[in-house]
Write a protein that binds this ligand. Structure first.
Ligand code: GLC
Length: 418
């Protein structure tokens, strides 16, 4: 069994999409190209011989691995996942397998090396994204029909054995401990090859987790659809990758940032259902993380600094019968955390129905202030009611006011609607 606790306890990670596409910023010949900016080669129909010219201009002198890791920690993230090779096939690390890599740009430095060293030094778990199936530079890789139209000569296994697998081995050999391998878009990659990939990861780093997008349920945890949060609690470990605007790779035109309140609520919803949020930033062609992302993540980090107890190390909440219009619930041991995103008006009361546990004490997490609460049970309706009276509504309530209810037992359960 792999060591999964670090992942299940972390709940919050930083995704970094960075590559040659970052130079284009989602714009081609003056036109904004819709959908992920990291897919611009395909979405704008750019032939490979044109796209690869970006390498001659790639010189991200502003990239500062120490600062990225320091920020991720300040933002409250417990791991990072870095795109070592995205669908375009360009390696953002020193690869001996393929010369289509960052050492053959004016930059001539290995950002993954720098990130791995900083993660080790500053104590953050390193995860690596690798596009195992799609590779738009390799004639036998999947996905580039423009330069390599499908024909009977295509030999996916050749690409897999001569590029993908050897590169994954490099990644798991040359960068120290890797917490997880993040595979993507497996589509209809043959199962035997997915199994071979899994075996290679497990042989080199037996504790390295593999995400669900390796395909065929071969991963160690479930990867949810991009930006989607399950409605029902999901028992096994899982993760939702999420964008902060509407693209993964850097866009010079997309400023549709989620607000701090939205990010915190998405994070709490994910944690309520037992999962992890992997939230993305897309550094630009110089290596700067966009200001718009930093501003939001700073706020979220400040909230987490005070309220992290209600997020890290928490377990998923079992199904409960009613929506809580004020917000969401998380829990750890005997503690229930009620996350109030919509602060009630006078008499400032929130209600949680059908909680079976006896509550001993209720406080505001940030200040420790004790709050008045009531618990009742009405046999006629088979209904438990747990009510908490919050302090008078502040002029500007926190994004999420966290109420901590100390229960008598850790066995959280809700009376179902019979
Ligand atoms: C989708 C996109 C890909 C991105 C990934 C992140 O699969 O196609 O570009 O890296 O989502 O979850």
């Amino acid at each position: 069994m792999k060591e999964m606790n670090w992942f299940s306890d972390a709940h919050y990670g930083l995704f970094i999409h960075w590559g040659l596409y970052s130079l284009m910023g989602g714009v081609h010949e003056g036109k904004e190209i819709p959908y992920g900016a990291e897919w611009i080669q395909k979405n704008a129909g750019i032939p490979l011989h044109e796209y690869r010219k970006l390498a001659a201009r790639f010189n991200p002198v502003k990239f500062d691995a120490a600062e990225v890791v320091r920020r991720a920690k300040k933002w409250g993230m417990k791991y990072i996942v870095f795109t070592a090779k995205h669908v375009d096939g360009f390696a953002m690390y020193d690869s001996k397998v393929s010369s289509y890599n960052i050492m053959h740009t004016p930059y001539r430095q290995d950002p993954l090396r720098a990130l791995a060293d900083e993660c080790e030094k500053q104590g953050l778990m390193l995860g690596i994204y690798y596009s195992q199936n799609q590779d738009w530079e390799d004639p036998n890789g999947w996905g580039n029909e423009l330069d390599f139209p499908p024909n009977s000569e295509k030999d996916f296994a050749k690409y897999f054995h001569e590029k993908a697998l050897p590169q994954v081995k490099e990644l798991l050999t040359n960068y120290g401990k890797v917490g997880l391998m993040w595979f993507d878009t497996p589509y209809s990659m043959p199962k035997e090859l997915c199994e071979e990939l899994r075996a290679a990861v497990n042989a080199l780093q037996p504790n390295c987790l593999i995400n669900g997008r390796i395909g065929y349920n071969l991963g160690d945890y479930r990867e949810m659809a991009d930006n989607e949060i399950p409605v029902l609690p999901y028992e096994k470990p899982w993760e939702t990758p999420m964008t902060l605007n509407q693209t993964w790779g850097y866009s010079s035109v997309d400023e549709h940032w989620k607000s701090p309140a939205e990010v915190i609520e998405r994070l709490v919803e994910v944690v309520e259902k037992g999962g992890n949020l992997l939230l993305n930033v897309g550094p630009d062609g110089l290596g700067n993380i966009p200001e718009g992302s930093c501003a939001v993540l700073d706020e979220v980090g400040a909230w987490l600094e005070k309220n992290g107890e209600s997020i890290y190390g928490t377990a998923g909440v079992p199904a409960f019968p009613y929506q809580n219009r004020w917000g969401h619930i998380t829990r750890k041991g005997t503690r229930l955390y009620l996350h109030v995103f919509r602060y009630p008006d006078f008499p400032y009361e929130i209600l949680l129905c059908n909680l079976r546990q006896k509550v001993r004490k209720v406080t505001l997490l940030e200040t420790g202030e004790a709050l008045t609460f009531y618990q009742s049970y009405e046999i006629g309706r088979n209904e438990y009611r747990f009510r908490v009276i919050l302090p008078e509504k502040p002029e500007r309530p926190s994004w999420d006011t966290v109420v901590c209810a100390e229960c008598e037992s850790a066995e959280l359960s809700f009376e179902p609607l019979a």
